[in-house]
Ligand binder design. Structure first.
Ligand code: UDP
Length: 199
């Protein structure tokens, strides 16, 4: 593994693991996009999107942020997988969209990382959400899913150089805006399909 991850990384993934289809699909998209570009001369772009969050995430899609906020709002324990020492780097959606738009408007055909390089452990992230929601929920530890990456952080040097882009929204602000959205959900929405893919 390469950390932080730059665009030269080819992706060392387990093809037959539980995430195999997902991982290989991402690699195949890049392969076919580049083939269309070189063979058919199509104008193409390849964006490598890292963890992203913001308003209108689906509450039950299994990702950490909606899972934690949903649990906090329902008065449940916060489920951290493993010991919570794994890291992620979360990008606010408006920053991501701006980066994708700039890439689209450029003429750069190779992969470009778009993500926020500020890294945080999942345990810290859970604690931030407990604080943000003011709910005092307890953290409970559950088994770590197989092939869960230990660290993830984009190297965004290329995006800075080529697109003059970098994230602007700090996590505290992004989380506040996201929480404002989750607070508008009705009890029905909050409890319907409350449990995500890992429950
Ligand atoms: N995670 C967790 N509790 C949850 C959901 C996710 O501890 O209820 C962990 C998950 O194991 C991973 C991290 O949070 O280490 C980020 O997971 P997410 O699904 O949001 O993103 P991805 O795994 O695609 O980076």
């Amino acid at each position: 593994m390469v950390h932080p991850q730059n665009e030269d990384y080819w992706g060392n993934v387990n093809p037959i693991g539980p995430r195999g289809v997902y991982d290989e699909a991402k690699r195949f998209q890049e392969a076919i996009t580049m083939a269309y570009h070189t063979y058919h001369k199509l104008e193409t772009r390849i964006v490598r999107i890292f963890n992203t969050y913001g308003p209108r995430m689906r509450l039950n899609d299994g990702r950490a942020l909606p899972a934690f906020v949903g649990q906090a709002l329902r008065g449940e324990d916060i489920t951290v997988f493993g010991d919570g020492s794994q890291t992620r780097s979360f990008c606010y959606v408006d920053d991501l969209i701006e980066g994708i738009y700039r890439l689209l408007m450029s003429d750069y055909v190779y992969p470009v990382n778009i993500g926020n390089p500020v890294e945080i452990t999942i345990k810290q992230f859970a604690e931030e959400i407990i604080k943000l929601t003011g709910t005092n929920q307890k953290i409970v530890y559950k088994p770590l899913p197989q092939d869960d990456p230990k660290q993830r952080k984009p190297d965004i040097t290329r995006a800075k150089e080529i697109l003059n882009w970098e994230p602007k929204v700090e996590r505290a602000e992004g989380l506040k805006r996201t929480y404002e959205y989750f607070k508008t959900l009705t009890p029905d929405e909050l409890y319907k399909n409350a449990h995500g893919r890992f429950s």
